[in-house]
Design a binder for this molecule. Structure first.
Ligand code: ACO
Length: 430
């Protein structure tokens, strides 16, 4: 009869072992018993970049990269993007269930009433250089928040965690908008509690002298959908950073600053910024073939293409293409779109990209939308960090509640020098 186990023969010793298979995995610690001799440490797995390692169990986000499926708590991303607000989805991601009307009202109230930041944080942000990258300001300011809420290090206390989670989700749009206003030399705009989460963000970004800022409903909804699409994406680079840093039991502000730093890189959330720089460098549809040839020769990457997990069209990219049409109906068509569409068409027919299963990812079109909304290119990663805050926090809390988790501490295969004696300065090679 078939058994859920794996039989291993160690050809060094001839010994046989049987280890359990659970949910398509074996436990790496079950290999430790396999030793060449009594002195041996025991067998480990070697997996740079976690290509084939499940670092946690999780109930938050389901992703099937071969089929192009993304679900939060079981709900398909397409249905959530069609029917929900970002705050509704944030509640779902954190709590596991969609809120009923009373829960959504309370949740919206709780988030709306934590949007203001301490005046000293404002002064802190004013002291960045005029041309500071907004993502650098965002990361530093999130880290600085831990000094304003020192009780946040009581991470074992559920009530305490809940208030810090609400604060972070509420304050990230304020910090983001202040970083934008600072880089433009504009006065900061305080939150307006009568507006929706994305509406208030637009207010803090773009309000000038109006007594009451009225967001454009199409842009407000487009932003809500973009926030939903970016809310969580299971164990990606920044979420792994959040879990690893959080596993040392540091406060959530410090852990989230680290996660945001991981997001900043051009291979992750910084890709939307890199896509726009790439499209601008291509400049014209006629230059696409020569650009693609360079990529194929290994001279740079097609930014916004490829994904560690998706080997199929990223379902978020499909939804974003539709959002782009809605936004352009208001803002006018972004000329970069023509270059992007032609680039996508050529790449999807090219053997290099087809054989490597490289498809557009979420970042390929998001930057074009943000640019049409008058956001500067350097600000795009911040637009990713705002909604991903809830994913980071939900994953962080899940990690804290998981009895199997401990401080993250991988092993290494040491290949350096064996023991050798110290060489005095005058005896070292010139
Ligand atoms: N352009 C050209 N070639 C690519 C690209 C790309 N965008 N992505 C992967 N490849 C090629 C690699 O050169 C490699 O080819 P080879 O087998 O001939 O050496 C092959 O495809 C596999 O690439 P890896 O780097 O091994 O794939 P990995 O899973 O490590 O990388 C990543 C995934 C980082 C997303 C990669 O596809 C990439 O750099 N993309 C561009 C940056 C980007 O858009 N990042 C955003 C990701 S989505 C997000 O974070 C929200």
């Amino acid at each position: 009869m078939a058994k859920d186990t794996l039989s291993i023969t160690d050809n060094r010793t001839g010994k046989q072992y049987e280890v359990p298979i659970w949910e398509g995995t074996i436990k790496a610690m079950d290999l430790r018993q396999i030793k060449a001799d009594a002195e041996d440490f025991g067998l480990m797995t070697y997996d740079p970049a976690f290509m084939n390692t499940a670092s946690t169990k999780s109930e938050i986000t389901y992703l099937d990269g071969d089929k192009g499926i993304l679900r939060y708590r079981g709900y398909p991303i397409e249905q959530l993007a069609e029917n929900c607000s970002y705050l509704e989805v944030a509640y779902l991601i954190l709590h596991g269930e969609l809120p009923n009307p009373a829960q959504l009202e309370q949740w919206t109230h709780d988030i709306t009433h934590h949007t203001i930041i301490h005046e000293n944080i404002k002064h802190f942000m004013q002291n960045f250089r005029y041309d500071a990258h907004p993502m650098g300001m965002f990361i530093a300011t999130v880290a600085a928040l831990s000094t304003f809420y020192p009780e946040a290090n009581q991470i074992g206390d559920q009530d305490n965690r809940t208030i810090q989670i609400q604060r972070l989700i509420a304050k990230v749009p304020t910090i983001a908008a202040f970083s934008y206003r600072h880089s433009r030399g504009l006065p900061f705009v305080y939150p307006d509690n009568v507006l929706s989460y994305p509406g208030n963000f637009l207010n803090m970004m773009f309000r000038f002298t109006e007594m009451q800022y009225v967001p454009n409903p199409v842009l407000e909804r487009a932003l809500d959908v973009l926030f939903i699409l970016h809310a969580d994406h299971e164990q990606n680079c920044s979420t792994t950073a959040m879990r690893a840093i959080g596993s040392s039991k540091v406060d959530p502000y410090s852990a989230m600053a680290g996660a945001a730093a991981a997001l900043y890189g051009p291979l992750h959330g910084g890709a939307n910024e890199a896509v726009l720089r790439m499209l601008a460098a291509i400049g014209d549809v006629k230059n696409i073939p020569s650009f693609v040839e360079k990529v194929k020769k290994g001279e740079g990457r097609l930014m916004g293409f490829g994904h560690r997990v998706y080997k199929h069209y990223d379902p978020r990219a499909r939804i974003i293409k539709k959002v782009a049409e809605d936004v352009f109906a208001v803002t006018g068509r972004n000329p970069m779109l023509d270059i992007a569409i032609e680039l996508e068409r050529i790449a999807l027919e090219d053997e290099y990209f087809v054989s490597r299963k490289l498809y557009p990812n979420v970042d390929f079109y998001s930057g074009i939308i943000y640019q049409a909304m008058q956001l500067p290119t350097a600000f795009f990663p911040v637009m990713f960090a705002i909604p991903r805050t809830v994913g980071w926090l939900a994953q962080w809390q899940e990690m804290l509640r998981d009895d199997e988790q401990k401080i993250a501490r991988p092993r290494q295969v040491y290949l350096g020098e064996d023991k050798r004696d110290f060489v005095p300065m005058d005896k070292r090679k010139k």
